[in-house]
Design a protein around this ligand. Sequence first.
Ligand code: FES
Length: 158
Amino acid sequence: MALSEATVKVIKQAQQKMPMPRSALLFALRTVQADEGQVGPKEVEALSELFAISPVQIEGVARFYDLLSPEPEGRHPVRVCEGVVCVMRGGDAIWEFLGTQMEGIFSKHMVALSRVACLGHCDHAPAALVDDSLVGPLDHDDVRGILEGIVGRKADHD
Ligand code: FES
C-alpha cells in the first residue's frame, strides 16, 4: 500500500468518528497530502481500498481542490491567490515579483509556487498560503521576507 501505517491508522480513526466512513474522505486526502507530499495515482488507489470507493470518485474529489497535488510538491508550497479581490489589489504583480525572486536562489524541490482560487482571506488581499499559514496583504518586502524565512528554515534543517 502506498500509505504509511501511521497515515492509515489516522484515517481509520477518523472514519470511525464519522456517521459514515466516507465522510472522512476530505480529512484523509489532506492527511495524505501532508504525510506523503502528494495525492498521486498510488495514493488514490490506496484510499480507494480504504474507503471502498472507486478510484475515479476519489480522483474526482482530489482534483477539485487546489491544495491537493497529484505530483510531489516542493517542501514549502507557496500558493498565491488568483481570486478577483487579490488580482484587483495587486496579486498578479506579487506573483510576477515572486517569480523573479526565485531565480537562482531556490530549487524546485524546496519551494513550489502555484496560483490558487480564493483562499477566503480577501480582507487581507493580495494573499497567499505559505506552508499552512495565510499571509497578506503582501508587498514586495513581505515576499522577500517569506523567501528569506524559507531559506533560514532550510539552513536550520541542513
Ligand atoms: S480573492 Fe484572494 S483571498 Fe479571496
